[in-house]
Design a protein around this ligand. Sequence first.
Ligand SMILES: C[S@@+](CC[C@H](N)C(=O)[O-])C[C@H]1O[C@@H](n2cnc3c(N)ncnc32)[C@H](O)[C@@H]1O
Length: 273
Amino acid sequence: MAPTITDQEFELFQSLIYDQVGIKLETQKKTLLVSRLGKRLRELELSSYQAYYDRVNGRGGEEELTRLVDLISTNKTDFFREPVHFDFLREQVISQAQVTRTIRIWSSASSSGEEPYTIAMTLCDGIPDRSRWDLKILASDISTRVLAKAASGIYEEERVAQLPQDVIRRHFLRGKGEQSGKLKMRRELIDMIAFRRINLMGPTFPIRTPLDVIFCRNVMIYFDRPTQSTLMNKFFQYLRPGGYLFIGHSESLQWIDHQFDYIQPTIYQKPFE
Ligand SMILES: C[S@@+](CC[C@H](N)C(=O)[O-])C[C@H]1O[C@@H](n2cnc3c(N)ncnc32)[C@H](O)[C@@H]1O
């Protein structure tokens, strides 16, 4: 039997998750937390939520915190999800970079990699002479589990099934033998991407070169308005003037403080001056 959680213990988790990850765990989520964490407590042979809290909050608790985030948030993603952003990359970002032939993109909540690989496929298809270009993608997430999956570049057949055959042929290799039923991204795409664990709640990000585009899609929904606003101000600093911010379709910057110019739904630009 899983232990029950007291109100006081639940509040401890609420503040821990908010402070460390920015996710506001509403009181209605108590049952969800218990149902998802119960199994983990049994695995660790812990008899109370307080004991689990101490483990996450104590020395070396970082890894367990990551597991906790995995349990309470979703990693749902897809190749070519919300395609308007990839159209914009192809039609605007690539053509605006013809002179410098340099593009830097950050997929800031990259989950299992479908988003950064879609960016890589879009750049490769849109830039025929790409050996003469300098193209770099940073893919980051708080969860090391999804990042490892992303870095492997290996996907089950059904994840890829909805893609056009010519896209699959150009960008994936079909597994054989033990790997049959799986597809692997081609090496040149994997090599375009650096995978890193970055917590969006960190005070600064390990990024030195100003970025052309930041993808921050379908993660802001977990954050409250002050947290969203702080994050948008941080993103602003890491973009070059004229750089773009893409957010998810169910997200909006309408009610939060920010310095971006609105371009079209879910697309914002850092002003040139
Ligand atoms: C729903 S997925 C979005 C994936 C992709 N951007 C898309 O739109 O398809 C949300 C991701 O945000 C990550 N995440 C949640 N809180 C985070 C934080 N504080 N810092 C970085 N990543 C976070 C989760 O681990 C998860 O993989």
